[in-house]
Ligand binder design. Sequence first.
Ligand SMILES: [Zn+2]
Length: 860
Amino acid sequence: MDLSRTLAGIGAALLATALLANPVSAVPGGDPAAAPSGGGPAPVPGGGQTTRDFGNGPERNEIAALDDAAISALSARALTADTPATAWTVTRRKGFPRQNELPVWPVNPDDRSIKLGLIPYHLIAPKLNALQKASDRVSAEIVGKSAGGRDLYLVTVTAPESAAEAARQDRWRELIEEDPAAAKRDRSLKAGYKTPVWINANIHGNEWEGTDGALRVIERLSTATDAATRDFLKRSRVYVTVTNNPDGRVAGTRANGAGFDINRDHATSSQPESRAVRDVVIATQPFVMLDEHGYTGTTLIEPATPPHGQNYEYDLYIKHALPNALGMEKAIQQLGHPETTAADIPFRDYAPGDWDDWPPIFTPMYAIYQGAVGHTVEIPLQVNNAAYNNLPVEELQRRARINTDVAAATIEAALTYADTNRGTLLADQIEQFRRGWAGEPSPTIPDGFVDGFGPEDRYSATFPRAYVIPAGTPAAARLVDHLISHDVRVTAARSDFRLGGRHYAKGTYLVDMHQPKRGLANVLLEAGRDISGLVPQMYDISGWSHGLLWGATVDSSLRTLPRVSVTKVTRAAPTGAVDAPRGRDLSLSLRDGNDVRAVNELLTRGVKLRRTDAATVLVPAEARPEASALAKALGVRFTAARGHDRGTVIEPPVIAAAVSADELFALKEMGFVVQPVSTAILNAGFDLSAVDTLIVSSGLSYSALTPAARTAVDAYLAGGGGVVTRGATGANFNAAARVLPVTATAGRGDANGVVTVTNEGRIVGAGSPAHSFIYSPLWFTGTGVTVEQRYGTTPLVAGHWLPTDAGTNGPAQAAGQPAVVSGVTAGGGHAVLFGTEPLFRAHPKGLYAPYARALLWTAS
Ligand SMILES: [Zn+2]
């Protein structure tokens, strides 16, 4: 029997026990230590380490983010749209090599790679510079900067090409995507197109050896003198993003410098590291890609278990992914290390749900939508976290050497697979894009299509004929620019039109689903699916719909393409305006994160703002120049204030925040100035007296406060200080500090997805979207509060949320229950408690403004 499978089973059983034991009780009143920890334990496939940390790991609820230069620098981007125009693209009109002298970074003796005997970040540029000098097969360039400002390198290894030859390769690559039928007929393309393979290394900063293994392969390819290698490079282009996470490589962290897991960010693109590799995969259109990770005890090589993403052309994927994985397994066996005698191939070895490829947030899954056969590879031997600190250096370096061997062997094997099967890989990439253009349904895959393919592997989506996105809001513009930056084609109607009984104005955006990357378009825009009943557990988020969570109206037309002439959109049209006669006071409705950003910018500039309700801000007529500038920069719309509106003055809110890194990032995106706090910071005597509102969602435990700090918190609350909480940490604080008289009940810790909500309150609930996002959801019972939002009657639209074995704490129990409540504290302050996840990983942009309204209300 396969050992890994046994271990996976044991891991799953332990997990199930832990999940049932843990997060299902109501929040006890007094002792937060016993209260519901929302974040259930992570599934541990293979019985080894958790390599796909669940829900961003403990950081999400237990560690408060500190103010961080990386976050500040990044969030200066604000919520403005993505910028496809400045994204990296393949250089035109140049042959290969395209060599660049990479800037060399200062020596950093604290680089965590050094202890492992691996290459520190500061030696990568010198190494690549030397390789370029030594070989005309190697080109290196910078394709972006990390959150912490470090260079992201792309290496291309290929036989030299003249400018004309490189241009022909570009034309062929475009032809494959733009006109697959013509590409299929083109014999010179078939003979001459260089097989593109992309290796992404070190996306998790403390999973180091992908970088070292890739560099070994680059070096071999660039220096080998044998005919086979020379011929291989005439037929191939090997692209390597040498480290996708230099901040984490240096610091020995999974996350980048802004605290984000980049391998969860591909559908959101909030981080520069994920945007850089998105641009690389679009520009290079690889047939095969590997994402090198660690450490699973036994080497793990995808393809994954079900549920499989329902928008893949899965037949075209699995027919290559499985044999490629088998080839990689053979390659590590041939290394001869006792630790590499076999690999875990989840598709072959694991139970459904143990290692799925459902969400498009992982690099290889994202890459499938861009035409690649994508694989996560997990090298075996742990050298990070506790092992890094506790094992002898010799043992760490021994492990790192084996891991490097495994990384290099999997890369070599994948190159061999791609080269050997270049004809069918080309034909199948062409076929993927052809089906998209033709609007053909994805074919039903028969049992046994590859070894082990059965009914449990069969997933498919019904593609609508078109999506329709009314223009004019910052949310619509943001979504459209996001789609375009992901190479989804968007057009705009040149005149008004009707569809499905609805009238749409000229300028309305259309996503014609007859397009090469329709799978990607659909996986972003569709609602998604409730998969709770299909598998017992999932690895990470199971719902993410941009159509439902990003604040834009997204309609779909199942069968009809609107009869209207269109123009191609390369950038969403501006949406900002000041629609008011000169001399009139202005009104701004807080419907989008950019509206909030505009308010914060005006406050920063000393403009005297007032508000008439939680969602409406008045701007004095004399601030019109500032308003005009913000309308232009942020796409927000000011209208004329009604003459009799007076409102109450808004002071710049003083916010203390015990929040996770993603929340801190989202708060800064909206322009809030926040002072990070935590249990430790309050215990060190942080002065709360000037604070208007305190956010508690991560790393602040009332019971862990010193008596003095507790007294300070009590005094803050007694004095009318505001409070906003999120999740279990927030609910615990609410109970322990007696903020609002409600109790929280927790759904299963791993429950997540898109839910329906009904809006009732005038703060969070005022005109908010009918959908929200949950992760370890809570609901509230008690009296004396206002219900802002309730879970819908059948709350889960898309995602995974099971009840306990006893049938409790599931979506049926949450139905109709308060998801967000507001109220007045005993001290007279305002408080709002969230059982939902409005800022999760900076993703659900449409939930930002409701959250911000809560923040502004509690600060007032
Ligand atoms: Zn990883």
